[in-house]
Design a protein around this ligand. Structure first.
Ligand SMILES: [Mg+2]
Length: 149
């Protein structure tokens, strides 16, 4: 049976951009212009959530690096290798998430085409009901997205 495909965003979903921003660049208007993306912490709950999702789905990481900072492209690659080594060669760097072909997109932003994704978009951290990985997993498994159909 073909497994369903899930795309998972990095910053704000599995990589703790906000925590590092508060620690090093409080008040900075565009911290992404200085941030080392290989040094971010993992968002609480993401490690166990991805282990579980990886058992039931074909999961990929879909992230948008900073165009004018080419080093952020490799920093994201390094971060995945360090924290999610089993996702080797499953990192997609892009600026148009609406072009991804798959079943579910887990993303906390709506500015990279997420609303036009052809599958179902889980708006991570949109409000209290979608604020963390526990809520996200409940949504995925309650909606019977598991194990294909
Ligand atoms: Mg994000």
């Amino acid at each position: 049976m073909k497994r369903k495909i899930i795309y998972i965003d990095m910053d704000g979903v599995i990589a703790d951009f906000d925590k590092r921003k508060q620690e090093l660049y409080p008040g900075e208007r565009r911290p992404e212009l200085k941030m080392d993306f290989s040094k971010l912490d993992v968002i609480p709950g993401a490690e166990s959530a991805l282990i579980r999702l990886n058992q039931d789905f074909d999961i990929f990481i879909a992230s948008t690096p900073v165009w004018d900072r080419p080093e952020t492209w490799s920093q994201k690659r390094e971060w995945i290798a360090k924290h999610f080594p089993y996702l080797k060669q499953k990192l997609i760097l892009l600026h148009r998430k609406d072009l991804l072909i798959g079943d579910i997109l887990i993303d906390d932003s709506r500015w990279r085409g997420q609303p036009d994704f052809q599958g179902e978009w889980y708006w991570f951290n949109k409000d209290w009901s979608s604020r963390d990985w526990k809520a996200c997993l409940e949504w995925i498994y309650k909606n019977k997205h598991n194990y294909g159909e």
